[in-house]
Design a binder for this molecule. Structure first.
Ligand SMILES: [Zn+2]
Length: 241
C-alpha cells in the first residue's frame, strides 16, 4: 500500500512543480486563487498576491460526523487527476508553515494502528461508519515525516502500534513532506483518505480510488472533483447535483 501511494503522490508533486514553473514564467504578477495559485505561491511567495483561504483544523460542519484532520489549503480533491496521475483517492491538505508544525488530528473516534514499516502514516479503524453503521471503515493519514524519514508522529504511536483507542480530535502528529525517498519532491501536506474494509476486518489498498469513499458527506463540504468547491466550505448540499 505504502509504496504505491508514495509513487502516486510523487508523480503528483512532480507534475505540480512543472505546472507551477510554467505559470511563474508566464505571468508572475497575476493575482490568483485556486490550487495553481497555491503552487505558484509555494515556489515564490513574493511573486504572487495569493487569495488563499485555508480550512481550519478541527472544522466541524453542521450535521457532518468528522472534523477536518488538519489546517491548510485543501488543494487536491477526491478524484482529481493531474497530468496523467491516477484519480486521487483522498484529500491533500497543504500547510504554509513548513514541516513538523501543523498538527494532524483524528477525524473521528476509533482505534489507531501504525504498521512496523510505516514511516509517515497511521490508520484508524472505525468499527461503525457514522453514515452507514452496518459497516467498518478506516481513515488514513500520511506524509507525517521529512524527506529523510524523520517522523512527526506522536511518540505514543510508534511503529508497530496496534489498535490504540483515540478520540475525535486526538493529536496524531504533524504535516511533513516525506515522499518515500523518491527524487520527486512534494510540498508539506497531509494526505487523508477514507478506506473501505475488506469485510474480514482489514483495510483495502488505499491507493485505488475504488477502495475509498468520497469524504464530502463525512466533512460536510463539496470535496469530490466532479463538483468540488475550491476552496471548500461547509454546506448542507455537499453531494454533486
Ligand atoms: Zn494525496
Amino acid at each position: 500500500m505504502k509504496t504505491v501511494l508514495k509513487w502516486g503522490c510523487g508523480l503528483v508533486g512532480l507534475a505540480l512543480i512543472g505546472v507551477g514553473v510554467l505559470l511563474l514564467t508566464a505571468s508572475p504578477q497575476l493575482r490568483t486563487s485556486g490550487f495553481l495559485g497555491f503552487i505558484r505561491y509555494q515556489l515564490n511567495p513574493k511573486a504572487v498576491d495569493l487569495d488563499l483561504i485555508e480550512t481550519p483544523a478541527l472544522e466541524h460542519c453542521p450535521g457532518a460526523p468528522f472534523v477536518a484532520p488538519t489546517a491548510g489549503w485543501i488543494g487536491v480533491m477526491y478524484g482529481d487527476s493531474i497530468l496523467g496521475a491516477s484519480n486521487h483517492s483522498g484529500l491533500d491538505i497543504f500547510t504554509l508553515e513548513g514541516n513538523g508544525v501543523t498538527p494532524v488530528y483524528a477525524a473521528y473516534d476509533g482505534f489507531v494502528t501504525r504498521l512496523p514499516d510505516w514511516t509517515s502514516a497511521v490508520i484508524i479503524r472505525h468499527p461503525a461508519d457514522p453514515l452507514n453503521p452496518e459497516r467498518q471503515i478506516w481513515t488514513y493519514y500520511t506524509h507525517m515525516a521529512d524527506v529523510e524519514g524523520n517522523d512527526y508522529i506522536v511518540d505514543t504511536i510508534p511503529p508497530g502500534a496496534f489498535e490504540l483507542e483515540v478520540k475525535q480530535g486526538a493529536l496524531l502528529g504533524y504535516q511533513g513532506d516525506y515522499n518515500g525517498r523518491s527524487p520527486n519532491r512534494v510540498s508539506t501536506h497531509l494526505h487523508f483518505s477514507l478506506v473501505l474494509d475488506d469485510g474480514a476486518g482489514q483495510f483495502l489498498n488505499e491507493t485505488g480510488i475504488n477502495n475509498t469513499l468520497d469524504p464530502s458527506p463525512y466533512l460536510g463540504m463539496r470535496l469530490n472533483s466532479l463538483c468540488a468547491d475550491r476552496p471548500p466550505a461547509c454546506r448542507p448540499d455537499f453531494s454533486c447535483p
